[in-house]
Design a protein. Structure first.
Length: 296
């Protein structure tokens, strides 16, 4: 009976992609496939806290790349003055000259992250044997309850076609409500994301970030798909938290959101998944999550 219940749970999770599930997952668990009871909650910090963190780092990235944003600000004169004031404040805080800020890359995105949130994260070889790539805090300190990363990718509803994208794909993430995020930055998944991103661009306004598909991240948080699963030796120090981007999110900052909706005709909030620190995390530590549980 226990075996039948376990098989039923797996079927409910994967029934819209049953062929790849039967072919590839009958004998082992998928890397990011999780069973999540419908009643579960995964909020350990408020949505307001997530929103404020993303707003803070995205504004800092925007100001750091201010000269390249001129064509956008020309269409938004009502907010241009606000950014000019923020630019002056940032210049004073960091004691840099206007000339430096007029360069396209006064600071790298990683430096902006450190200057804004007090830490940087980057990919590297995991400390777990045979785990491949992992994510590390490379500089600074991450306090408990801090958004430390984001899970990028294409957003699919449960019934939408993800058959071919799921074949051999270890980066399919399942949300509590069954929404799927394909965080693979290679192959067909990469092409689908780029196609959807360019489809949704409105003139000079980019509605999503494509840079996570490359090694030159414009959003330095967009590497959460490479966070490895915890083990007996390596306990989880971050957890996933789902966040729906509100409709009032500033349009000029959407260029840093590393997610895109697969269906163009769906009017709904953009789903994002952030990784939140479960404890204080020091420089040099690798990030570990738990793929099969959520905070309830």
């Amino acid at each position: 009976a226990a075996m039948l219940r376990a098989l039923r749970r797996r079927w409910d999770v994967y029934k819209y992609r049953f062929v790849p599930w039967l072919a590839l997952n009958l004998r082992h668990k998928r890397r990011t496939l999780r069973y999540v009871p419908e009643s579960s909650q995964d909020k350990i910090i408020s949505d307001d806290d997530v929103f404020e963190t993303l707003l803070k780092i995205f504004k800092a990235l925007f100001i750091n790349d201010f000269s390249r944003q001129a064509h956008i600000l020309a269409l938004l004169p009502e907010i241009k003055c606000n950014y000019l004031e923020l630019l002056k404040v940032e210049q004073k805080r960091l004691r840099v000259t206007l000339r430096n800020h007029q360069n396209q890359h006064a600071f790298s995105p990683e430096e902006v992250l450190f200057n804004t949130l007090g830490f940087t994260v980057s990919r590297g070889r995991s400390s777990l044997v045979s785990a491949g790539t992992g994510v590390f805090v490379t500089k600074g300190f991450v306090p408990k309850g801090t958004v430390v990363s984001m899970y990028p990718g294409t957003i699919y509803r449960k019934h939408e076609p993800i058959f071919f994208q799921s074949l051999g794909n270890p980066f399919i993430f399942r949300c509590i409500d069954g929404i799927l995020i394909d965080g693979n930055d290679k192959g067909l998944s990469r092409s689908v994301y780029r196609s959807c991103s360019r489809r949704d661009q409105l003139g000079p306004f980019q509605m999503s970030d494509e840079s996570w598909l490359t090694n030159a991240l414009q959003n330095p948080l967009a590497l959460g798909q490479y966070v490895n699963n915890c083990s007996y030796e390596k306990a989880a120090n971050v957890c996933y938290q789902e966040f729906d981007v509100p409709g009032y999110f500033p349009v000029e900052l959407k260029q840093y959101l590393p997610n895109i909706v697969y269906s163009h005709d769906v009017e709904s909030h953009l789903r994002c998944v952030v990784l939140v620190a479960l404890r204080d995390i020091k420089q040099g530590e690798e990030l570990f999550s738990n793929y099969y549980t959520v905070v309830s």
